[in-house]
Design a protein around this ligand. Structure first.
Ligand code: G6P
Ligand code: ZN
Length: 562
């Protein structure tokens, strides 16, 4: 039985309005612990009665002083997005928010949500997405809370949310008509104002302020330069179409798979060489365009390609950092460069040359937030196809594409020439990630425990001709807020600067996924055209030998190599 409570509010005309808030009794669900990027579960789990409501109320119960404040709500358009948004709007009204900004059609890419939160000085935001995971009735859904700075909630908040989910016994909701999400403009919901906003406008304005749209537009329109952007039927479709084809004048058809679909057309909206197959086929085919890019389900990841050329995310960060001052928004120079620990150290070499700090953080974009807020870093990147800057507090797929276009418009050289020249200048950091997906969790934990205890004893030993300098389990003390994160991955480091990193994925849904990150720096330009796996072969052998991956995982080979 729901109990009722009268919420006295003041409507837009200053008249007192009585809205009937329902207080619905509930009981906790197990497993509502936010992971690396919020709570992600199958749609069927989220669709259970009270499941989403419990989590949303737990978010609100973990926050304070938001009465009358603004909340931003939007998602990547996947299946269940609209249903979830209606619930959240009715709960936000019942909990006392004053205003909600929601993207038209329930759409906001993750970086655009971050942009809107910051620009409108919102209290925070709720983003509905399971990022690059497939969508549809039998696939994934997700929800995460972002703070007023625009970035993912820090662990202090996500821990409080999780704690609350374990004791929650009721939630508040306003039983009112559904909000029309398709018409731009203001509506009221109880005493709360719902503003349906153009999901692209604020973001597009921000991009135009950072990059030289005249130069990029001139390049895209002159006919000699051809590009393709694969939106993978996900959220960046409307953003890329408006910005690339609309504002910059790229030919119609530049954006492919540009209509967001609830199931992403049955695809896996992850921009990598395997899943972005339409784009990859074209970029590695005859008569390939000059530039190709793709983004993921919620628009925060990116993949960058030249004609017949793949730019690793680690190299992309380094090249963008080295060329950043060509872009108006970064013309004054960078304050620092941050990368996640398993990302290659190519960017560190650029930071050293520029005389600015290079930060090494644990995996997960949230660790960049304090550095960006404190002005200690301007660019950030991760090997997991994430690149971004201090313009928002999320990684940003289309931003990376525009930054590359700005660099290309200034340099007028092929992508491959820019990257190989970068290698010639700084040395090439050969890099690859080997994933062993869905292995037995206990075996994976055992493998990591073995590395933690035995790894440090390898110091000084010579393996496959490489001398072990040190081996540790990466721990990070945030230089701004002092928070400590331990057990972030085992680093096997060699005297020549090569590394093998072992880490368990924090985002998998079945069993455990072991990630092995391999990296070797090659200063000699005569040796820059090797096959990556060949160049890394001794390190691959060392990883196998030191961790006994075959014996412990039961797998002969990685399931995915990127
Ligand atoms: C998400 C986060 C990234 C992080 C990645 C790591 O995509 O947004 O910041 O790099 O997860 O995933 P993993 O599966 O390696 O834990
Ligand atoms: Zn994503």
């Amino acid at each position: 039985m729901a109990s009722l409570c009268l919420l006295c509010t003041v409507d837009a005309w200053g008249e007192a309005a009585m809205a009937v808030v329902q207080i619905i009794p509930t009981t906790p669900f197990d497993g509502q612990k936010p992971g690396t990027s919020g709570l992600r579960k199958k749609v069927k789990v989220f669709a259970q009665p009270h499941y989403l409501e419990n989590f949303v109320q737990s978010i609100f119960d973990s926050l304070s002083d938001f009465a009358g404040q603004t909340l931003v709500v939007g998602g990547d358009g996947r299946y269940h997005n609209r249903v979830a948004i209606q619930t959240i709007l009715h709960m936000a009204a019942a909990n006392g928010f004053g205003r909600v900004l929601v993207g038209q059609g329930g759409i906001l890419s993750t970086p655009a949500a971050s942009c809107v939160i910051r620009k409108h000085q919102a209290y925070g935001g709720i983003i509905l997405s399971a990022s690059h995971n497939p969508g549809g009735p039998d696939e994934d859904f997700g929800i995460k809370y972002n703070i007023g700075a625009g970035g993912p909630a820090p662990e202090s908040i996500t821990d409080a949310i999780y704690l609350r989910t374990q004791t929650i016994d009721s939630y508040k909701i306003l039983p009112a008509e559904a909000v029309d999400l398709d018409v731009i403009g203001s509506q009221t919901l109880g005493g709360m104002v719902v503003e349906v906003i153009d999901p692209v406008a604020d973001y597009a304005d921000l991009m135009a302020s950072l990059f030289d749209f005249d130069a990029i537009g001139a390049m895209l329109r002159d006919g000699a330069f051809r590009m393709r952007f694969d939106a993978m039927h996900a959220v960046t479709g409307p953003y890329a179409t408006r910005i690339l084809e609309g504002m910059l004048g790229a030919p119609a058809g530049t954006v492919i798979n540009g209509t967001p679909l609830e199931d992403f057309g049955g695809g896996h909206p992850d921009p990598n060489l395997v899943y972005a197959h339409d784009l990859v086929a074209e970029m590695f085919g005859a008569n390939a365009p000059d530039f190709g890019a793709a983004s993921d389900g919620d628009g925060d990841r990116n993949m960058i390609l030249g004609g017949n050329f793949f730019v690793t995310p680690s190299d992309s960060l380094a090249v963008l950092a080295a060329n950043a001052t060509l872009c108006p928004g970064y013309a004054a120079g960078l304050k620092g460069i941050a990368r996640s620990m398993p990302t290659s150290r190519a960017a560190d070499l650029v930071a050293a040359r520029l005389g600015i700090p290079a930060w090494e953080t644990p995996t997960g974009w949230k660790f960049f937030g304090t550095l960006l807020d404190a002005g200690k870093a301007t660019l950030c990147g991760e090997e997991s196809f994430g690149t971004g800057s201090d313009h928002v507090r999320e990684k940003d797929g289309l931003w990376a594409v525009l930054m590359w276009l700005n660099v290309l418009a200034c340099r007028r050289e092929p992508v491959s020439a820019i990257v190989t020249a970068h290698w010639a200048d700084y040395g090439r950091t050969y890099y690859s990630r080997h994933d062993y997906e869905a292995i037995d969790s206990a075996a994976a934990e055992c493998l990591m425990a073995h590395l933690r205890s035995e790894g440090p004893k390898l110091a000084g030993q010579v393996l496959e001709g490489f001398t072990v300098a040190a081996c540790d389990d990466f721990a990070y003390t945030d230089p701004v807020d002092g928070s400590v994160s331990t057990k972030q991955g085992v680093r096997l480091m060699f005297t020549d600067g090569s590394r093998v990193v072992f880490r368990l994925s924090g985002t998998g849904t079945a069993g455990a996924t072991l990630r092995v990150y391999l990296e070797r720096h090659e200063p000699n330009p005569a040796l820059h055209q090797q096959d990556t796996q060949q160049a890394l072969a001794p390190l691959i052998a060392i990883a196998q030998q030191v961790a006994d991956i075959r014996g412990r995982s039961g797998r002969d080979a990685p399931t995915v190599i990127t």
